[in-house]
Each structure stands twice: as structure tokens, then as C-alpha cells.
Design a protein around this ligand. Structure first.
Ligand SMILES: *Cc1c(COP(=O)(O)O)cnc(C)c1O
Length: 400
């Protein structure tokens, strides 16, 4: 930590006024139990070595830090490295958190895991973690999302999870989160709720950050080995904010430019986006105080992005804090820019990125050409694009 970035959150989960624990009384015991269990496990050698072994033998860590030579040549500026989270088991960084929380739940003596999912990626990661440690699993998913992501619904069921349809509200992710919180309130004795990003009530933003920070710890070692120096710039996409903070956290004390890229959708003026910093304001949503897309009466707005993983109305509280400090810059990429970046990386490197990660590539396309050739950028490739191929074909009007 440098002088400016304090070690946060404080004991109540605040990142300088953001975050906190805005939940009904009935949920407080569960959150306090979780917080205490997490504090204990963080220092428990047995837990940590079990997690490390699974990271290595099951997830496939450390993931490579890959020098993207042809993309670098194509853009003609800074050297671009990709942190290959797309090579994690199940195809994205989400398993880093889901598996660690599954292990924690097992240690706490819980017999059942629940989670919410939008596109299904976090649901699949949770169902995977549950199968691995041998716990019962139920996933809440909006009926609209279930229809759009039928393949992931089937995947979760194959992994032994029960997928429960949520038919309230907009029938999407935020309604599934509300349903999960309700379930947890009722079944807290035997159930652990695996939240999928650095959001929600304390201790989730801190705990998920810690579980994802393995990304940056590895990247730091890897770039020092490859380039004999630290990078000049880090870039990652920001949905809830877990893959980005996961990469950035180990570099926060260094003087390195960091850029978080939100979903610009069809442009900020169109209102069809999920750029909370560019178009949102401060509010309380799903247990947490943070930037939020809301109308003048505080109603949460519907969001839009070509990538389901970035399509959320709020953002992790620690990001608000780091933005206030000017420690991290936040920008956005539009659907069109992400689509172009998706095709560019596929053609130049033979890597089809997740549409979420394509937002980070889109920002790289904008800034790398003007940087000197000895400058180094690390881009977090948060996931692989297999899940998006069909959607991209549909948008391009191609019948498969
Ligand atoms: C879910 C997801 C994201 C967005 O979530 P963060 O918490 O912001 O990381 C980004 N990329 C991929 C591949 C995802 O599945």
C-alpha cells in the first residue's frame, strides 16, 4: 500500500463511505458468522494449502502470462501481455472465487451452497465447486436469463445443481440476487451463499477480492521474470469488479497506470449501457453503498451490454474508493468496439476472448499505439469466448 491507499475495508466493511452492510436484521448473524470464519481461514495453514493445491491441480494455476506478439505488432506501440484467466477450469476467473468459497463453506460445516447467476457463468463455477467439495447446490436464475442461456442451465444440472427459476421483477440477475438473499435468510444454519463478485454486504467485497488477488500476485512474478521490470499499465473489464481488482491489487502500491473498462453498450447518451461511473450516481443496492444506475426517484434502471457478465446496475465499493483517489481510471467500451476487439484478438492471436474481456482489449486498441515500444501493458483476459460465439454470429446476422 502506498501512503494514499489505506488498508481497507474497516471493521464494518467500509471503503471510505462506500460498501457497508445494508441488510435486514435477519441476515446479520449469517454475515457475522461468515466474516469470522473467513478471518480464521485466512490464517489457517491447512485451509490455505488445500486451496493452493486445488488452484494448481484443479483450476490450472498459475495461468500463463502470454506475450501477444502479433497483436503488439498490429497495434505498433506498447508490448501487450495477456493474463490468461481464460485457461482456468470452466473458462474464466470466476472459479478462483467459487472454489475458495465452497472450500470455506465446507470448513464451516455447511451442507448446502446457493448462488445467483445472470449469464450462468457464476452458476456453473459454483455448481463446479459444489461438486468438487461434495455439497448440495441450488442456483437462482431469472426466467429470462434461463431462456437466453439454456446451455448453461443444462451444464449446471449436469454438475448436479438444482436450478430454480425466478419469475419476479425483470426476471434477470438482480431478481435472482434478491431471491438468493431470501433463501439464505431462511436456511442460514446449513447454507452458504456464494456471491460471484466484489459486491454485496461485508465481508463479500473484501473476501472475493482476496480470493481473486492471486491473479495479480502471479502476474507480478511473471512480468518481472519476462521483462525484468514492472508493467506500465494494467487493463481489465469491470462488471462487479472482481477480475479487475484481482489483477490490480498486487500492484496498488506501485506507480502503475490502471484502467477499468465498463460496458458502454450502445453509448452513454442512448441510456443503453452499464457504465456506472460514466452514467450513475451514489446509492444503496443489494446490501452495499456504491455507484448505481438509477432514476431521479432511486429506481434501479435496466442496463444493457452485449456481454452478460458486465450487464449489472452497480459496481464493487472498493472501485469507488480507488476512483476517488485517482488510483484507477475508469472508462468504457461500446458494444461495437468490443465486437471489433473480439474479432481482432481471434484473428491476430488465435484466442477467442469472452465478450467481457473484449472490452479490455478494445481499450488496449485505443491506447497501445501511442505508447513507446518499450512500454508494457498487461491485459486481463478474464474468460474464453466459446460461450459467446453463437451470440456474435446472431449479431452479425449469420445463421449457424
Ligand atoms: C462475470 C465475468 C466478468 C465480470 O465480472 P467481474 O466481477 O467484473 O470480473 C468478466 N469476464 C468474464 C469472463 C466473466 O465471466
Amino acid at each position: 500500500m502506498n501512503k494514499k491507499t489505506k488498508k481497507l475495508p474497516d471493521g464494518k466493511g467500509h471503503f471510505n463511505g462506500y460498501g457497508g452492510r445494508f441488510v435486514p436484521e435477519t441476515l446479520m448473524p449469517a454475515l457475522i458468522e461468515l466474516e469470522q470464519a473467513y478471518k480464521k481461514c485466512k490464517k489457517d495453514k491447512e485451509f490455505l494449502s488445500e486451496l493452493e493445491l486445488l488452484q494448481k491441480t484443479y483450476i490450472g494455476r498459475p495461468t500463463p502470462l502470454y506475450f501477444a506478439r502479433r497483436l503488439t505488432e498490429n497495434l505498433g506501440g506498447a508490448k501487450i501481455y495477456l493474463k490468461r484467466e481464460d485457461l482456468c477450469h470452466t473458462g474464466a476467473h470466476k472459479i478462483n472465487n467459487a472454489l475458495a468459497q465452497a472450500l470455506l463453506a465446507k470448513k464451516m460445516g455447511k451442507t448446502r451452497l446457493i448462488a445467483e447467476t445472470g449469464a450462468g457463468q457464476h452458476g456453473v463455477a459454483t455448481a463446479t465447486g459444489a461438486a468438487l467439495v461434495g455439497l448440495e447446490c441450488e442456483i437462482y436464475m431469472g426466467s429470462e436469463d434461463m431462456r437466453r442461456q439454456s446451455m448453461n442451465v443444462f451444464r449446471m444440472r449436469l454438475l448436479g445443481a438444482k436450478v430454480t427459476e425466478v419469475t419476479t421483477g425483470s426476471k434477470t440477475l438482480k431478481d435472482a440476487i434478491s431471491e438468493s438473499l431470501r433463501d439464505w435468510t431462511t436456511n442460514v444454519r446449513n447454507t452458504h451463499y456464494i456471491l460471484g463478485t466484489v459486491f454485496g454486504p461485508h465481508p463479500y467485497p473484501e473476501m472475493v477480492r482476496d480470493f481473486q488477488s492471486v491473479i495479480g500476485q502471479e502476474a507480478r512474478r511473471q512480468i518481472l521474470k519476462a521483462e525484468k521490470k514492472l508493467p506500465d499499465c494494467l487493463i481489465a473489464c469491470v462488471g462487479g469488479g472482481s477480475n479487475s481488482i484481482g489483477l490490480f491489487y498486487a500492484f496498488l502500491q506501485n506507480n502503475i497506470r490502471m484502467i477499468g473498462v465498463e460496458a458502454g453498450g450502445k453509448g452513454i447518451e442512448s441510456g443503453l449501457h452499464a457504465a456506472r461511473f460514466a452514467g450513475g450516481s451514489l446509492g444503496v443496492f443489494q446490501g452495499c453503498k456504491s455507484y448505481l444506475l438509477q432514476d431521479d426517484d432511486g429506481n434501479v434502471l435496466t442496463t444493457h451490454s452485449v456481454s452478460a457478465g458486465l450487464d449489472y446496475a452497480s459496481v464493487g465499493p472498493e472501485h469507488c474508493y480507488l476512483r476517488d483517489l485517482n488510483r484507477i481510471e475508469y472508462t468504457y467500451a461500446t458494444d461495437d468496439e468490443a465486437m471489433k476487439a473480439f474479432e481482432l484478438l481471434s484473428r491476430t492471436e488465435g484466442i477467442i476472448p469472452a465478450l467481457e474481456s473484449a472490452h479490455a482489449i478494445a481499450e488496449t486498441v485505443k491506447i497501445a499505439p501511442a505508447m513507446p515500444k518499450d512500454a508494457v501493458i498487461i491485459v486481463n483476459l478474464s474468460g474464453r469466448g466459446d460461450k459467446d460465439v453463437q451470440e456474435v454470429a446472431r449479431i452479425k446476422g449469420i445463421t449457424l
